[in-house]
Design a protein around this ligand. Structure first.
Ligand code: FAD
Length: 253
């Protein structure tokens, strides 16, 4: 059965940025009615974790295993937020070993990349638990309505109100919208959602809002970097030896 829901604010996506946003927003807007709509089965997004049903206690972060913060402008809000996460023991500084492979899969000396500048942090639990803890820490879980396994496929903006439609036909009306994913703003939506116009472009026509035009033009340029993810299975009591040779580092598991 299709349903209609009305909120002050709808957040699309349940990744770490949506969770941080929701937790901070609700601190000052406790009476607002908020919904979070996510296609996945839980929170975490690309900072996600798979929990094995077969092997008890087996958890694998298959998205971001950690995250790095580069606060070069010394943003105090960001600093105090990270300090709060450290004090709450949600995260710790990540000092694990990492190594780089070049495109031919040969080891190479670590480059300064976007993933390695600043300080690396690790969730003390799994990465998806971090998103959940961020929401739960401010006791916000009961204050947000969560809609999981719900894919928003269409956006409309009329009379200063958003109307969102999910794949199964549910409708969400709200005054404000936070889109924490670029899927509904990017040309990949044409294939993924099988639509003939980017949903945000359809909702807000060209020249209606200069900032949205700028954003959509910027996203038009955005492509993706293909990458390989390796899962390395080891024995329970594994250890590794490593040595350097000709500037390269070799690991034996
Ligand atoms: C394999 C891998 C390794 C990574 N390693 C690192 C790392 O080492 N360090 C680092 O800093 N970052 C890393 N990243 C990047 C990091 O995971 C992301 O930058 C971060 O998780 C993004 O969080 P987000 O909340 O902004 O977006 P997302 O986590 O992408 O959240 C967006 C959410 O929106 C949902 N969604 C999308 N469209 C819709 C829709 N139409 N309707 C409903 N829901 C929708 C998605 O399911 C998703 O859960 C890695 C990512 C991957 C995949």
């Amino acid at each position: 059965m299709k349903s209609n829901f009305t909120y002050d604010l709808v957040i699309i996506g349940g990744g770490i940025s949506a969770c941080v946003f929701a937790s901070q927003y609700l601190k000052n807007n406790i009476k607002k009615k908020i919904a979070l709509v996510e296609i996945g089965r839980g929170l975490g997004g690309r900072s996600s974790t798979r929990i094995s049903k077969r092997f008890k206690g087996w958890k694998l972060n298959h998205g971001a295993p950690n995250f790095n913060i580069s606060n070069s402008k010394n943003n105090l809000l960001l600093k105090s937020y990270i300090d709060e996460l450290l004090e709450n023991k949600f995260i710790k500084i990540d000092d694990s070993d990492s190594f780089c492979l070049n495109q031919d899969l040969n080891p190479e000396t670590q480059k300064i990349s976007q993933f390695s500048c600043g300080v690396n942090y690790l969730s003390l639990d799994s990465m998806s638990q971090l998103s959940q803890k961020i929401i739960e820490s401010s006791n916000l879980k009961g204050k947000i309505d969560f809609y999981f396994e719900t894919l928003i496929v269409d956006l409309n903006f009329n009379y200063n109100e958003w109307l969102l439609t999910s794949k199964n036909g549910d409708k969400f009306t709200s005054k404000y919208l936070i889109c924490s994913t670029n899927l509904l703003l990017h040309k990949r939506s044409l294939n993924i959602l099988n639509t003939n116009q980017i949903p945000l472009r359809k909702a807000i026509p060209t020249n209606y809002d200069k900032k949205i035009d700028l954003l959509l033009n910027l996203l038009e340029e955005q492509t993706f970097i293909p990458r390989l993810t390796f899962l390395i299975y080891t024995n329970e009591n594994y250890s590794y030896k490593d040595f350097y040779s000709k500037k390269q580092r070799y690991f034996y598991l």
